[in-house]
Design a protein around this ligand. Sequence first.
Ligand code: UDP
Length: 316
Amino acid sequence: MRTALVTGGAGFIGSHLTDRLVREGYHVVVVDNLATGSWSNVAHHSNERVTRLEWDVIQPIPLERLPKNIELVAHLASPASPIHYRRLALETLWVNSRGTGNALDVARQFGARFVLGSTSETYGDPKVTPQRESYWGNVNPIGPRACYDESKRFGEALTMEYVREFDLDAVILRFFNCYGPRMQSEDGRVVPNFIMQALREEALTVYGNGSQTRSFCYVSDEVDAIYRALTMTGLKGQVINVGNPEERTILDFAKQVAEVAGVALELAERPLPVDDPTNRCPDIQKARTLLGWEPKVSLRDGLAATIEYFREVSKI
Ligand code: UDP
């Protein structure tokens, strides 16, 4: 059976990618240290289709514990919520640097296609909008977000050197904000925060004046882009934005959540975190051209499915 390895496969995006790979006929090796993921996210898969390896990829991945026919490696292991990566700052720095090196080495060993899950945070607080892949970004290298932003940038640099030095067939995807079922209700990001607050009929906590913008991509769209990058040919060394180009303010996003949840909008202003990017919007021309991909799920439909999920798991 064709085999793929997903680091962070028990996490939010990783578990959805695992689902997709299994649906497409792959055997998936999920490597996760459960720092922010959970085996419950992949518990619905049989051991024949999904091998679970509890391992911190900061340590070299033990090749003797892997099947010998791995064709695809997706490196998604990393805390991604600002609250988690602040709490796990050193782990975040190491997983995106040493951990990326270890995942690259697995791909190199097996001659596998490699996809790096990078981030729009490589653009920092961007001075241009929308952000194209050719933009170098505006990142504070020593601020509270640096553990994430800078280690992801290092991971990109390392990946490109594996392409140049070893001719590794690697692709870098820069994920913009992604949301959907299996996000953790307490992970502190805006989507679970607003949804849980709406379900509890509490005020939605807007940081700053809410004029900062984000672009929200539903997880099935996101996974479709990752699957394409893993399986299409001719992408070696490409860096591709993956996100929804529909940009909106956080204030507008709060309105949407309240509307779809069917509650009256109530807001509570909170201080804006240090270095919170003022805007984020992907230019997805490269994704359209190279992957034949663009998001399909509307914010309304994606939010409805996500709210339903949080309703079920939180029993509100
Ligand atoms: N945010 C907010 N209220 C919250 C959580 C986040 O207004 O309860 C804002 C945050 O300041 C940021 C945006 O929503 O501008 C997205 O934050 P998130 O933590 O989801 O991810 P980021 O895009 O900053 O990595």
